[in-house]
Design a protein around this ligand. Structure first.
Ligand SMILES: Cc1cc2nc3c(=O)[nH]c(=O)nc-3n(C[C@H](O)[C@H](O)[C@H](O)COP(=O)(O)OP(=O)(O)OC[C@H]3O[C@@H](n4cnc5c(N)ncnc54)[C@H](O)[C@@H]3O)c2cc1C
Length: 496
């Protein structure tokens, strides 16, 4: 065999066979040169990633899902994203746009909690490792410092400003509209079961909470969906404390917006306080509204128990003779005309007060072009707290509640209480994700210590706010009593 190959090669390549040592040296030199050129020009492809244990949450769409983009939801989303830039944050709201118009009185102590949290983060050199992180923290801090300088701010202004900052600067994804609502009521469950039965597309009316968790796969859910929170219902967190705090007189009416313009919301809000009313809110005119188009206005005043009781008058139901209704309740409100005709001195006092308010604003209550759909009611203000504000939910995610969904404080303190919770919540989330990376295997069977601490803080914040609100109500009652003691003798002298 060997001799056949040597004969063939000698005949085919006689020169190569003769100069075999020279040829071998040339081939070796060419190989070395090619190797050098290859290593110089070739960029090595990175080694394929090794599957690591951390990827157990693969398929997860986001780390944090905020349900409810009201003032507290958006504050929380921005705070957490600024403090934990590595987290994927998405927010969901059933409304297509922010709509809440009422002005919020902001206490400097609650804003102070947020500013302190941001200042502490700015001081932490291990965290502020780039100018981007620093700038974002500083921007947010300046926003809150500016809020602290104002007495009252329309809810919409907070929501709109923070929402554009959240999407444009922080990269938070915000999903709005009916199909982004998250539900958990029995009705929602039945509707969902119907959709499944009829094989209709699921999700067009929003998500059921469990379905939401399966689809969005968040590690953490923040339920900030307001006083009627669906997320609170999902946690089975029933109310554990409810107390009535004071009474509120409410006048709702519609007026042409050139007369009661909302342009000067802050100013008129303060003017109202000096006129003896506690606050006034306006609806937003539709885009392109004419000056004569109508807006809804609501006027509020805190009143004492006597006035509240005097305004609630049992009457015969005009629709159902023989049945009794309570005039002045939210179901059967007074009109200004009827209240004026009522002889009761408290009704007279309130209608005189309203008359003064109307004339100050150049409104004629008898002219339907000025005032229409007027409804006057008196309502008790409730305070409540839910039994749980933090839970490890069915081995699927951690769920924390904040703002009105964890407890409602009546008008005056709701937002302030929510801000304190937001600071505590953002701190807890930062601490948790500092030692458990977002893509790690999370133990959803029990609540981590950071979130347990948050639950305790929520209870303490609630109790503190409740004491504060009760003290305020007590002070109001005492001042009313003193005023009566001073004015009674004069009334008696002048009347006799
Ligand atoms: C007239 C008035 C005056 C007030 N004045 C003051 C004041 O001066 N000072 C003060 O501290 N507080 C005040 N409050 C209270 C304050 O408005 C609330 O405490 C505050 O708005 C609570 O914010 P939040 O984000 O928790 O809830 P909300 O403002 O109720 O926002 C909840 C958000 O969740 C969304 N949502 C609801 N359900 C779902 C769902 N199923 N799926 C998805 N999204 C959902 C809603 O669309 C909304 O955007 C006042 C309230 C009123 C009504």
């Amino acid at each position: 065999m060997n001799s056949i190959y040597s004969v063939i090669s000698e005949r085919a390549f006689p020169w190569v066979v003769k100069n075999a040592p020279l040829v071998a040296g040339g081939v070796a030199a060419a190989g070395i040169l090619a190797g050098i050129a290859y290593s110089f020009f070739h960029k090595p492809t990175p080694a394929a990633p090794q599957p690591i244990e951390e990827e157990s949450n693969l398929g997860k769409r986001c780390d944090l899902a905020v349900v409810g983009v009201g003032p507290i939801g958006i504050v929380l989303a921005c705070l957490i994203k600024a403090l934990c830039p590595h987290l994927q944050v998405e927010a969901f709201d059933k409304r297509t746009t922010a709509t809440r118009e009422h002005a919020l009185r902001i206490r400097s102590d609650s804003i102070g909690e947020i500013v302190k949290l941001l200042q502490d983060a700015l001081k932490d050199e291990t965290f502020v490792t780039s100018a981007t992180i620093r700038n974002k923290l500083e921007d947010l801090m300046r926003f809150f410092q500016r809020l602290a300088m104002r007495r009252a701010i329309p809810t919409l202004e907070i929501e709109k400003n923070l929402e554009s900052y959240a999407t444009e600067d922080l990269g938070i994804k915000i999903h709005r509209g009916k199909n982004h609502g998250v539900w958990n009521t029995a009705a929602a469950r039945t509707a969902y079961a119907d959709q499944v039965r009829k094989e209709e597309p699921i999700g067009s009316d929003g998500y059921l909470f469990d379905e939401f968790l399966d689809e969005v796969k968040p590690t953490l859910v923040l339920g900030t969906d307001g006083a009627h929170s669906e997320i609170r219902q999902a946690l089975n967190a029933t109310k554990i404390d409810q107390a009535n705090l004071g009474r509120l007189l409410e006048l709702k009416y519609t007026a042409p917006h050139d007369i009661r313009s909302r342009k000067l919301l802050d100013k008129s809000y303060q003017a109202i306080i000096s006129e003896g009313w506690d606050f006034e809110t306006f609806s937003k005119p539709k885009p392109g509204a004419l000056p004569s188009d109508r807006i809804r206005v609501t006027l509020h005043k805190f009143i004492d128990e006597n006035v509240h009781q005097a305004l609630l008058i049992p009457q015969q139901d005009p629709q159902q003779p023989g049945d009794e209704i309570i005039r002045g309740s939210s179901k059967y409100p007074w009109s200004f005309k009827d209240l004026k005709n009522e002889k009761n001195p408290h009704c007279q006092m309130i209608s005189n007060h309203l008359q003064m308010y109307f004339s100050n604003h150049h409104l004629d209550p008898k002219n339907p072009d000025h005032i229409s759909k007027d409804r006057i009611t008196t309502i008790p203000i409730a305070v409540y707290q839910s039994s749980s504000s933090a839970e490890a939910y069915k081995n699927k995610a951690f769920v924390l509640l904040g703002g009105d969904s964890s407890s409602g404080m009546g008008f005056e303190s709701g937002f302030n209480k929510g801000l304190r919770e937001a600071a505590a919540c953002a701190r807890a989330v930062k601490q948790y994700f500092e030692h458990v990376p977002p893509r790690a295997k999370h133990d959803f069977s029990k609540l981590p210590p950071e979130f347990q601490k948050y639950q305790e803080e929520v209870v303490a914040i609630y109790k503190n706010e409740k004491r504060w609100a009760q003290a305020k109500q007590f002070a109001l009652n005492v001042s009313n009593f003193c005023l009566k003691c001073i004015t009674r003798p004069f009334k008696w002298i002048f009347n006799s």
